[in-house]
Design a protein around this ligand. Structure first.
Ligand code: PLP
Length: 453
């Protein structure tokens, strides 16, 4: 039985529930909430009643569902995350890192990794992947660069990288895992954008844990058609499931949403089935067909070295921002993120052929526009500033707000990142440089700095 069928049986039974949640299946529903969720959401929204399981200490239906999901994804153990990949990333850091521990992190990391640093008090050793200037995106993290950093920083406990990145750039996880294990380090991969891998490795490659990583965290809502914020944590042989469970319990609610838990199980079961595979194959073939139409187009160019579900496109003579504005204002098409060079349009199982056709038509029309005035190129200052205090200490220190010009030379008291993708420009604890302020000049008038420093 699945968690859904177990819940259904209890919910439809005559059992009198003097338990939470207070709506008691569909006995009371706030009228506007009914419009949002319908009745069935409430019928499935039980707590850990007799016969159901406890996400914080799974022993029955949730445990067997997670075991089956782990088998389907080919990993030793797996955890359902009802608060997105963010919670898995933080929990994995809480499992392996303690105050002042060193951790090697690729700087193009998500906000949740920074939150993990604040919560653990671990201290980052940064690695900065090369910036591909043609597309203004980060290149893969190089295994040899990781090895160099591990030799220079012998006390590093774990390595955290993002692969694939938001834009779909994938690092050589097999080689990186070999380097990490050669030096006895744990490898954690933020694979939030790579959840389709396990279900269609012939196109997307194997998931990071199958390639040797110790932990990979994937958002099922980003590409697999699951609702926000369904995600999973995949673990390999070196990971003690009890430690991960304890860390998850530090940050999870004690009232998890069963509809979310069911959605995770059902999404995995479906995508691993022949019908699910057909859906992914349909998506891949629609995207290939869509891109093929532009093969001989001299002005429209697609990035061809990334995960093909992430459509990164640029038009000659036009900045990514102009392209993004034109798509939105003239064609009602919204992209996920934009940079100076290109616009990123994410696809997933909900992307229809018709939607891709509409995008294709819009791109062709925009490519015929007369050259637009380019917005000035502002290269994000991605270098590693000098850390003056740990992120945790800086984050919890007393701060003051000063004008941007007066902040140069002071210690930053906040996290300043461009969102999306949320990659940090400046972190609390880092020394503010002139280049930061030049970049931030039209974006931020004041900056929080550490008081009296
Ligand atoms: C690279 C990366 N990692 C992690 C996350 C967090 O994922 P979630 O929204 O599932 O918490 C995101 C979200 O945008 C992301 O882009």
């Amino acid at each position: 039985m699945t968690i859904r069928t177990t819940t259904e049986k209890i919910s439809k039974s005559d059992r009198k529930l003097f338990t939470t949640p207070s709506h008691d299946r569909d006995n009371f529903i706030v009228p506007n909430c009914k419009k949002i969720f319908g009745n069935s959401f409430y019928e499935y929204d039980l707590s850990e009643v007799n016969g159901l399981d406890n996400l914080g200490n799974p022993e029955n239906s949730i445990m067997s569902a997670m075991k089956k999901s782990a088998e389907l994804l080919g990993v030793k153990s797996l955890f359902y995350l009802i608060n997105g990949s963010s919670s898995g990333i933080i929990a994995s850091m809480l499992s392996f890192l303690r105050e002042k521990d060193k951790v090697l992190i690729a700087r193009n990391c998500h906000q949740s990794v920074l939150n993990g640093l604040i919560l653990t008090g671990a201290e980052p050793v940064w690695i900065l992947p090369e910036l591909n200037s043609e597309w203004e995106i980060f290149d893969p993290v190089s295994p040899s660069e990781i090895e160099k950093k591990l030799i220079e920083n012998k006390t590093v406990k774990a390595v955290i990288i993002t692969s694939p990145t938001y834009e779909g750039v994938t690092s050589d996880i097999k080689a990186i895992a070999e380097v990490c294990h050669k030096y006895n380090k744990i490898l954690i991969v933020d694979e939030a954008h790579g959840a389709l891998k396990s279900f269609y490795p012939e196109v997307f490659g194997e998931n990071a844990v199958k390639l040797g990583a110790d932990i990979a965290i994937q958002s099922l809502h980003k590409t697999c058609g699951a609702p926000n914020p369904c995600a999973v944590m995949l673990c390999g042989e070196n990971v003690c499931p009890e430690n991960i469970q304890n860390s998850l319990n530090l940050i999870n609610t004690t009232s998890p949403s069963f509809p979310m838990i069911m959605a995770i199980e059902e999404t995995i079961n479906y995508l691993a089935s022949p019908n699910g595979k057909k859906q992914i194959s349909r998506l891949v073939s629609d995207i290939r067909q869509f891109k093929n139409e532009f093969q001989n187009d001299e002005k429209i160019q697609f990035c061809d070295f990334n995960d093909e579900t992430k459509i990164l496109v640029k038009i000659t003579g036009m900045s990514g921002y102009n392209l993004s504005d034109s798509l939105f204002e003239n064609f009602n098409i919204e992209d996920e993120l934009t940079n100076n060079r290109a616009s990123l349009l994410l696809t997933g199982l909900g992307t229809t052929k018709q939607k891709l056709k509409k995008l294709g038509k819009a791109l062709k029309k925009i490519a015929c526009y007369p050259n637009l005035p380019q917005k000035p190129t502002e290269q994000t200052p991605y270098f590693i500033p000098k850390m003056q205090m740990s992120l945790k200490n800086a984050y919890f220190s007393e701060k003051e707000e000063v004008s941007a010009e007066n902040s140069i030379g002071k210690i930053c008291g906040e996290i300043i990142s461009e969102y999306p993708p949320g990659i940090p420009v400046l972190l609390a604890g880092e020394k503010i440089r002139k280049e930061h302020i030049e970049f931030l000049k039209n974006k931020k008038e004041t900056i929080q700095v550490i008081k009296n420093r």
